[in-house]
Design a protein around this ligand. Structure first.
Ligand SMILES: [Zn+2]
Length: 502
């Protein structure tokens, strides 16, 4: 008889400080056959799970594929609905469970989103092998580790090994089913709140840690090692860095090696703790640096990367602090965007092209600055282009997919060309600007609400970049002083300088 595999994808990186709500519709859920068709050839962990299941001739059940961009705590009915589909599929009986999860989900009524789901699965199917693929930014909890057999995370950021991670986790599960291995999972939670801008696996302390893990993975008896940077913008007990080591108990009977490697990695990471901390500088200083870079030889604009408000970290995409600062600092010939403001888009479309008008841009989603919602930014100019906001992504991230900005316009002021969109959009494709006619190579500065996703596409045509944090914070600010952490375990570095061992 064919073995039966349940394969599902349920992903959310929760920014508990975000003003953007997370209802079921944010996940664009696909159920059953539709989930299968969507993921069958996708370069995701779920795509890899399906690939492996086909290879062994398994019957494949795909209850759901649900993915939402980062935003606030997941609404209870959204969480329960997706969980129910997964649990109902498992209740019918299966031989393996493969889950493509993010690992940093906080839901109303289930703060440990993935841990609670896995615990419920374990209750229904106590003896069925479970494999989990995670994002490198997962906030891993004891409950998550306890309720699965295999757990493997990405080793790259920007993430380019989603599929490979699925193959890795899935193959280990197949080997377990074939009784070739007996995985032992060892987990270490570190007293370290690492910053997203310091989890680039090509640089600094994170590179060092991932390379150490990769070298250890080559040792006899080691099955997988994951270095999880965590996602810091979540006020949750288990937020922060962790390490997962999986060895084969057939070769490492008492998990002595697993514990030894986990300890070594913990020591290495904590020794380089400062390499995981990011210190924001005042906006003005960033703009001064940008002006200095602009004087260098070479062609192309200087990128201003606004990391206080990124969609891919739960940002509202509508704060105007860096734009205001850049204009009052005196920067000109600036391309900006997208800034999300559906109300202003509709107003401009109703006024028509080339009509000089004053708009009240952004700051409408409710990010509060010292308890106050900031008023919109008044700007005079004219709309010079309109589009339906559909952009075919040319890559290298999400190549071939369609990015949906919703109805969008290009607004021209004396010193800036501003893309205003109806939907929140992380600028990971040049099309977010070029589709409205902006010629990026002719611009002096390009202001993007992005910290990492924009880099593979915008850096090659630029002369340099500066990271800009708002002095007034923002939903994804890099300065922890804007966020009140009440639930997180203490002590934790850098909130508590005493958190590190001597
Ligand atoms: Zn991530």
């Amino acid at each position: 008889m064919k073995p039966k595999f349940v394969i599902a994808r349920f992903q959310h990186e929760t920014n508990t400080f975000s003003p953007i709500p997370t209802p079921l519709t944010a996940f664009h859920p696909l159920w059953g056959e539709a989930a299968y068709r969507d993921q069958e050839n996708a370069r995701t962990a779920m795509g890899a799970f399906i690939h492996l299941a086909k290879e062994v001739g398994a019957e494949i059940i795909t209850p759901v594929c649900a993915f939402s961009n980062p935003s606030a705590t997941v609404q209870a009915d959204a969480y329960q609905t997706v969980c129910k589909h997964i649990l109902d599929a498992i209740k019918l009986g299966c031989d393996a469970i493969l889950l493509d999860l993010h690992g940093a989900m906080v839901a109303d009524g289930a703060v440990d989103g993935e841990g609670s789901l896995l615990e419920r699965i374990r209750q229904i199917a106590p003896n069925t092998p479970i494999a989990v693929a995670l994002d490198l930014h997962a906030n891993v909890t004891p409950k998550m580790v306890k309720n699965c057999n295999v757990m493997v995370s990405f080793k790259t950021y920007p993430h380019i090994d989603m599929y490979e991670t699925g193959l890795h986790a899935g193959q280990l599960l197949l080997d377990l089913i074939a009784q070739k291995i007996q995985p032992a999972i060892v987990y270490r939670q570190l007293p370290l709140l690492s910053h997203t801008l310091r989890s680039n696996t090509q640089q600094g302390a994170m590179k060092l840690a991932v390379e150490a893990a990769q070298a250890m993975e080559k040792r006899t008896g080691v099955l997988a090692i994951s270095i999880l940077a965590g996602f810091s913008l979540a006020d949750f007990h288990d937020t922060g860095m962790s390490v997962i080591v999986i060895t084969d108990q057939l070769q490492d009977p008492k998990a002595v090696l697993a514990n030894q490697l986990a300890d070594e990695l913990q020591t290495l990471i904590l020794h380089h703790a400062d390499g995981f901390v990011y210190a924001s500088i005042p906006t003005r200083k960033s703009l001064e640096n940008a002006t200095a870079l602009a004087k260098n030889a070479g062609h192309g604009p200087i990128l201003l990367l606004d990391h206080s408000d990124n969609v891919m970290s739960g940002g509202s995409c509508d704060t105007t602090d860096i734009l205001e600062a850049a204009l009052s600092f005196g920067l000109s010939n600036l391309a900006v965007g997208p800034i999300t403001d559906p109300q202003t888009v509709q107003q401009l479309i109703s006024i028509g092209l080339n009509q000089v008008t004053t708009i009240e841009l952004g700051n409408k989603s409710g990010w509060t600055y010292r308890g106050q919602v900031k008023p919109p930014f008044k700007l005079q100019g004219k709309m010079i282009a309109i589009s339906d906001g559909r952009v075919l992504v040319t890559g290298p991230i999400f190549t071939g997919s369609t990015l949906q900005m919703g109805a969008s316009v290009l607004f021209e002021t004396e010193h800036a060309h501003i893309v205003i969109s109806s939907e929140r959009v992380e600028p990971y494709d040049l099309g977010v600007m070029t589709s409205l006619g902006i010629q990026l190579e002719n611009k002096s500065f390009v202001l993007l609400k992005s910290r990492m996703y924009c880099r593979p596409v915008f850096l090659p045509l630029s002369k340099g970049f500066v990271e800009c944090d708002s002095d007034q914070g923002g939903p994804s600010s890099s300065n922890y002083r804007w966020f009140e952490f009440k639930q997180i375990r203490r002590p934790i570095y850098p909130l508590d300088l005493t958190a590190l061992p001597n």
